[in-house]
Design a protein around this ligand. Sequence first.
Ligand code: GAL
Length: 715
Amino acid sequence: MNKTLLQLFTLFLLLLTFKGRSQTPAWKEVAPGVWKTIIGNPDQFDLLKAAGVQPNLEALKKLGNPGFPLPLEDISAGIFEGTTSLRFPLVKEEQLFGFGLNFKTIQQRGRIFQLHVDHYGGRDNGRTHAPVPFYISDRGYGVFVNSARYITVYAGSAVRKDSPNAPVPKDRNTDKSWTAQPYSDAVEMLVPAKGVEIFLFAGPSMLDVVQRFNLFNGGGCLPPRWGLGFTQRVPTVYSGNDVIAEARAFAEKGYPLDFIGLEPGWQSKSYPCTLEWDNTRFPDPEKFVKTMKEMGIRLNLWTNPYISPESPVFQKIKPLSGTHTVWGGVVPDLTLPEAQHLLLGQMEKSQTDIGISGYKIDECDGYDNWLWPDVAMFPSGNSAEQLRQTYGLLLQKMTTELYRNKNTRTYGLTRASNAGGSSFPYVIYNDYYSHEDFITALINSSFSGVLWTPEVRSSKTGEEWIRRMQTVCFSPMAMINAWADGTKPWSFPEVEKEVKEITLLRMQLMPYFYSEFAKYHFEGIPPFRAMNLEQGFNIKAITELKNANLGENPYAVAVTKEIKDQYMAGEYLLIAPLFKGQTEREVVLPQGKWYDLYTGKLAGDGEIIKITAGLDKIPVFVKDGGIIPMMPPLLHAPAAGEKFDLEIRYYGTKPGHYLLYDDDGETYNYEKGDYSWREIIVTHSRNGKLAGSISKAEKGKPDNIGKVTWKIMTE
Ligand code: GAL
């Protein structure tokens, strides 16, 4: 063959291979508004298999039947040398959210990630506690790649030469509009596997997409009522008597407390763990748990999953563990039912059978220098990488089942999660401790089907302490984690009064928060969520808004600046925290009127407002027509069957409507229909008077509401 012929032949071969790579996937609707495609031969083990949850089809049906949300022919996928590449189109101005629990950024277009379960290291690069391979577009769709691999994502950062919208090359020497990162019209991903399963979720709104994603994963978790009360984690080597004294101090000083977290010192040895009580600090665990229960306090136990040679389960679990150790402990292959069974058996015998209410599952996220390496092998044949991506999920799933089998709800903490975990009653936390970034994470958690707590540990000043306490009380878990510092809510006398007030406000809001979690469970709506998921915050709609008073378009700022310091708590509340050193801030109010939570006064109307706030208050705004059901400031959550009074607050001028959720607050009986939704309505009668009503609980269904009083907040 001569040289030219050879070159032509090689080119022909190359084209063939290239053509073989890309295809337009065929999609199948697997639930209303949810489509699936399979590319190549996906791994047997993936995120949804690890989570093992069932979609809530009934609830998905209620969300309607939208059409396929993307141009089919613009999606392509292909397999090359054992890896799968994916391409999804983007249009100009399109914004992307999600890609897991990020701490610094909310809009993700233009970023590159490698999604990898890890302790967050200060950069939004994909290494985080829940690197969920799911993104949402403001065009009203979401993409979920169901793979337990380290997926590389180019979220609108790369340009193909055959792109119909490829940017025109510019001359950097002379053209000032040259940019190092030209426009890209696609999200491209590389999955290191010979195939993958992908799901597409329809809108039309971003909140619809999120709801579908959560419902597809079984719906959000419904914590027990006590889980939404206050929780204190005590220093590592506290004894049983120290813990009892701590609980007494809370009661004497009048601070609410529902559960106490014991840190590593409850175990005889930790890092690696024995999963056995230390009998010097806790000589009679059963009696200790009982004493605490009599004081109205439940217990949560810290653990990590690395098993010490001194643990009673070590010998049996060793052959079911990976090739590598972590701190000298073995790493159970939790994809094996026998390994799960052994671990759960130990937890049950020594802990849950005597009344322990939950766990804090630590160290299942990273760092690389601590955990098993990617060369490790596991007896199931699943890879080290797959185990890393799913270890937190697996631990949440198995412990949730442990409690479900007892028909008792739990609410705990985990340092790792992933897609599929929405229904597990676990909240993510970490050691990173940046207050501002903690709030950004809280916002981002709502795009990824996970919960996050901006836990409070210590502070340099009383001012910082109260600011942190204020936000943690408006989060999924109101917690002080004093494992290292021994701080108490009253540690800063100069703000003691304010701290007590905010913890009691948390308790007062329990009927509201509990109902909002029920909406997370039954409808998939995240209880704490990004402003971007709020109607009327849509930046495009907002740009059209005219506000003569402000002169310039108030939302110009919103377009250019990421809003990562305010968020929604439930249907009606907008939280605008202040951070250390701040005495004033701006708040971007979505369209419509918003009212001050504390005074009921009008705060603004779809505009950017500037507010000042003393240390005594965290700025909170209520949407027009907002109804906030509150209970008295009890020190513990009402127990199953315990009636509590309701004060129903109403804000604004619009007709008010709210669905209040009620059940026994402790068991899984709600799954069998043992719950009630009660409709609260506020209307204006002809003479301008306001009238409120609350429907009765269905006959035979839980009814914990005592006396009802009304408070019209806006005069
Ligand atoms: C850390 C964890 C802390 C605390 C500590 C105890 O890994 O993030 O919250 O539990 O371990 O050793």
